[in-house]
Design a binder for this molecule. Structure first.
Ligand SMILES: Nc1ncnc2c1ncn2[C@@H]1O[C@H](COP(=O)(O)OP(=O)(O)OP(=O)(O)O)[C@@H](O)[C@H]1O
Ligand SMILES: CC(C)(CO)[C@@H](O)C(=O)[O-]
Ligand code: BAL
Length: 290
């Protein structure tokens, strides 16, 4: 009787020097590198980014690092789920060449860094308003990861749309030599965007969380009737959902990430952040206002 061989677990690099020497050899051989930055607790959404990376480059690096610098003092840094071995199992057989999983001391050996990337005015809107300092911390660690791996391509998920906008701008502003690829949001069967923080939800909260994608769908259905109708439709769905507390809903221009004017016609992005119990979830969808 033959048994299917278990796919090998991807190797882990926990030091910057170790990853650099591995990648120097890759570059010397003229091979391309894709980086997938994550905070671990991997789900199918992350795996879709890995698949894109695999299609795009010769060598795939997945970073797993829960970055203290992007969490506020009352946020969930301490309780954020961490399970490196489970993450390696999730990545087995997907063609990942290295998992970069440094300790906090490896990335910040002298404590919080003195030099930071600032996200600018868009960094103070929406997620940045609710999570002060979040985007400076996120851009700083992404800049460090890009400096360490020097990838040809870095892959992000559309779900974190403001993050994508700010990373794209940082890469342009700082002349970083990496292409930013964006992968569509992977959803559960009922529409809820997969997210590591979904693990915090109990059964009732998980059912209520479905109102977030439902609100985005209502927004898309109302898009023909303009921005007021879009906001009313989405808010109507969320207000009817027990245990869901809206943080913000906004519709922005994809090119500037500024709220659309009343007479805006054409492509726009709807953004929602809501608390379900103590869990804060975000989601987004493209609309065509007109
Ligand atoms: N459902 C998803 N579909 C596609 N990409 C995703 C999805 N969820 C997260 N990603 C992307 O994976 C990358 C790493 O995100 P992260 O590790 O923060 O996962 P997360 O599930 O969003 O976690 P959290 O619940 O902390 O926000 C980001 O680029 C993010 O946009
Ligand atoms: C890009 C990132 C890995 C930086 O810590 C994080 O913000 C995330 O998981 O989206
Ligand atoms: N998914 C974005 C990372 C964070 O929530 O801190």
């Amino acid at each position: 009787m033959s048994s299917t061989p278990t796919p090998a677990l991807p190797p882990v690099e926990s030091t910057i020097a170790g990853l650099r020497s591995r990648l120097d050899a890759v570059r010397a051989a003229g091979r391309t590198i894709a980086l997938v930055p994550t905070m671990g607790s991997l789900h199918e959404g992350h795996l879709a980014l890995v698949e894109r990376a695999r299609e795009t480059a010769d060598v795939v690096v997945v970073s797993i690092f829960v970055n203290p610098m992007q969490f506020g003092p009352t946020e969930d840094f301490d309780r954020y789920p961490r399970d490196l071995e489970a993450d390696r199992v999730a990545l087995a057989g997907l063609g990942v060449d290295a998992v970069f999983a440094p300790a906090v001391d490896e990335m910040y050996p002298t404590g919080p860094v003195q030099t930071r990337v600032t996200a600018g005015p868009v960094g103070g809107l929406f997620e940045g308003r609710s999570r002060p300092g979040h985007f400076d911390g996120m851009l700083t660690i992404v800049a460090k990861l890009l400096a360490i791996t020097q990838p040809h391509v870095v892959v992000f998920g559309e779900k974190d749309a403001q993050q994508v906008f700010l990373v794209q701008r940082m890469v342009r502003d700082l002349d970083i030599r990496a292409r930013v690829d964006v992968v569509e949001t992977v959803r559960a069967a009922d529409g809820l965007a997969l997210s590591s923080r979904n693990a915090y939800l109990d059964e009732r909260q998980r059912r209520a969380a479905r109102s977030i994608p439902d609100a985005l769908e209502a927004a898309q259905s109302a898009a023909d009737r303009g921005i007021d109708a879009v906001l009313a439709a989405a808010q109507g769905v969320l207000m009817g959902a027990e245990g869901v507390e809206l943080d913000y809903i906004a519709v922005v221009r994809p090119d500037t990430f500024q709220p659309v004017d009343d007479d805006h016609r054409g492509p726009a992005r709807a953004l929602i952040a809501a608390r379900v119990g103590s869990t804060r979830l975000i989601d987004t969808a493209l609309l065509h206002l007109g």
